[in-house]
Design a protein around this ligand. Structure first.
Ligand code: NI
Length: 258
């Protein structure tokens, strides 16, 4: 049973075949999915998926790209939703200096407010970090995020950054890019991340693994990510799947499948 720790299956890209795509994932052995609701539009559609499918769970939070649109009502809204059974994390939250669609000080404020909420509720956080490695690490440290820990989603930083995150109680998650021939750094980092801190994800519909690179991604393709990770770690695919699924279940507080 594979655990896809980060997906956006409510995205428009699936409007014509969402049920079939989710059925394919189940057929391929994906037994747990955390779907990410990250703004006013995607939080309700994410929660809807958790009501429709017993094996889909939710993370809810406010994405750094949308930071400028967050109103004073949104944080209490997120807090209220976090009390639902199938909401298992706050995210994705963080900093995005690649697109820079919100001012950086606004991104930082929204990030800090949500870390404080996670500490108050005792929930893990899912971190989005695009070209902002130093500031993300500094904020996690200053806000004492180690108390709750969480996930560095689709990790793209150096081993130095990964070590700092591991030291703050974070898991490191990898997706499609570890299957790309030219993705040297993520493969090198993955080789060094301890197995008990490793997670798998698709980030579907984005970041499809080889040989689907550039096309629409799906949760069922996570097996390709598992195969690439197993090869790099020097363990069997079954073993890698078993360990990463156990890691995710423990982190999110979700019952492992029997
Ligand atoms: Ni995402």
């Amino acid at each position: 049973m594979i655990f896809d720790t980060h997906a956006h299956l409510d995205a428009d890209q699936y409007d014509n075949d969402r049920d079939d795509m989710i059925a394919r994932a189940k057929q391929e052995g994906v037994g747990r999915i955390v779907n990410i609701g990250f703004n006013r539009e995607t939080i309700p559609t994410t929660l809807q998926l958790t009501e429709q499918y017993d094996f889909i769970y939710a993370a809810v939070g406010w994405h750094p790209q949308d930071a400028k649109d967050m109103t004073p009502d949104d944080l209490p809204w997120i807090e209220e939703l976090c009390r639902r059974d199938k909401v298992v994390a706050i995210g994705e939250i963080g900093l995005d200096y690649h697109w820079d669609t919100s001012p950086r000080d606004t991104q930082a404020r929204v990030f800090r407010e949500q870390i404080r909420l996670a500490l108050k509720l005792g929930m893990p956080i899912v971190i989005h970090n695009r070209d902002a490695h130093k500031d993300v690490v500094d904020i996690l440290r200053e806000e004492q995020a180690a108390e709750v820990g969480g996930i560095m989603h689709c990790f793209s930083g150096s081993w130095e950054t990964a070590k700092l995150c591991l030291g703050m109680n974070f898991h490191i998650s990898f997706g499609g890019p570890i299957t790309f021939k030219n993705a040297k750094q993520p493969k090198e980092v993955l080789a060094q991340v301890p197995l008990d801190r490793l997670l798998l994800e698709t980030d579907a519909p984005y970041l499809a693994p080889h040989p689907y690179r550039g096309k629409r991604n799906e949760s069922s393709y996570i097996r390709l990510v598992a195969e690439a990770a197993a090869e790099i770690k020097g363990v069997s695919v079954d073993e890698l799947i078993e360990i990463t699924t156990a890691n995710a279940c423990r982190l999110f507080g979700i019952q492992p499948p029997s």
